[in-house]
Design a protein around this ligand. Structure first.
Ligand code: GDP
Length: 138
């Protein structure tokens, strides 16, 4: 069993898609072991996406992530990181496979409905940014 960190992004919460996205997650065999709806602060978004701070879309990305509430989650399952990346689909929904969350729901490369960690190491860092151990109930 392993864990990954997920965010249901503002474009999805705005369109009331939290339940539909959770249904895809659970249908793929991942268990939602922690979940909280928050409004991300500018500082949180800048820290979270710090690796992208030199990219031209960084300002837009931080603005989007703080524009409306997000749902932060911890997902647990076998090979949780690669499994969630697979069901999320490609970053740009135009390239996302059929049945993936981004193919089903994303609007464009910026408003692409979900985040998922890209490695076990980053999953641990991202989970710790938003959850304490006692808030995760596996
Ligand atoms: P991910 O791991 O699939 O989310 O993709 P990345 O780590 O490459 O990028 C992080 C996030 O930055 C993406 O999910 C998008 O929300 C955003 N992003 C990436 N590329 C672009 C882009 O070209 N334009 C805009 N507006 N946002 C982008």
């Amino acid at each position: 069993m392993s864990r990954t960190f997920s965010i249901i992004k503002p474009d999805a919460t705005r369109r009331n898609l939290t339940g539909q996205i959770n249904a895809v997650i659970e249908g793929a065999g991942l268990r939602i072991v922690a979940q909280r709806r928050i409004r991300m602060t500018r500082e949180q978004a800048e820290q979270f996406y710090g690796v992208h701070k030199e990219r031209p879309f960084f300002g837009e990305l931080v603005a989007q992530m703080t524009s409306e509430p997000v749902v932060v989650q911890v997902l647990e399952g076998e090979n949780a990181v690669p499994k969630y990346r697979e069901i999320m689909g490609a970053t740009n929904p135009e390239n996302a496979a059929e049945g993936t969350i981004r193919k089903l729901f994303a609007l464009n490369v910026g408003e692409n409905s979900v985040h998922g960690s890209d490695s076990d190491e980053n999953a641990a860092i991202e989970i710790a940014q938003f959850f304490s151990d006692d808030q995760i109930v596996g």
